[in-house]
Design a protein around this ligand. Sequence first.
Ligand SMILES: C[S@@+](CC[C@H](N)C(=O)[O-])C[C@H]1O[C@@H](n2cnc3c(N)ncnc32)[C@H](O)[C@@H]1O
Length: 221
Amino acid sequence: MRIEKYLPEEIPFPSTRFYAYLARRSPFTRDWYIYVAKTVASKIMEGRILDVGTGPGYLPIEIARLIDKVEIIGIDLSPDMIRIAKKNAQKAGITGRVRFEVEDANHMRYEDSVFDLVVSTGSFHHWKEPIRVLNEIYRVLKPRGQALIYELRKDAPKEDLEWLKERYGSLIAIFVYKLVSFHSALTMEEFRKTLGSPQNKFKRFSIEECSPFIMEATLLK
Ligand SMILES: C[S@@+](CC[C@H](N)C(=O)[O-])C[C@H]1O[C@@H](n2cnc3c(N)ncnc32)[C@H](O)[C@@H]1O
């Protein structure tokens, strides 16, 4: 059962605080942000990047640490997440190149073709109309721009759990495992099916498991 159907699209206060704390403390999410930031850096070294559903803003901060000629905008539907993200950027001493805005990815206020790359981690499963958001991402991307969308994988093979236990210990492994089984979970097939919808304007995409439990979709405009 997808419980997201019954939840609001945004993470509401005070769950925002709980999420921000967990995401900051967990080595699983920290490694994820670092992996994504490195992937982004392997694709562009300058330009404008949009992070959709930025939450506490850890990813834009990580990207800004790695690439200095980019401007990154993190958006979130939740005003409290944006407050947290702004504070985090200040604490990290990264302002100016990183901006956070309350924005609904279903209908963004940005002009067409203004971003070189769009990234999103763990937000896709919140979107009630994922195709609508994907088509908004398509609209704001420059021609030949690309989107990188990351989600947790519900049907990860058993070896993934063993890998998690070895790397992070049983507590975190079980937590991530339960989280993907009951909450933020899509099978790779479900992810592929949504992206492959004829309504999706992105006609070229690939999906792979980039690290245990994490699916990476690359969509090309
Ligand atoms: C699980 S959190 C992930 C946060 C962050 N990307 C990370 O990896 O830590 C998902 C975020 O997506 C945001 N979100 C959901 N639907 C959205 C929408 N339509 N527009 C903007 N943000 C949205 C939620 O408010 C939430 O902060």
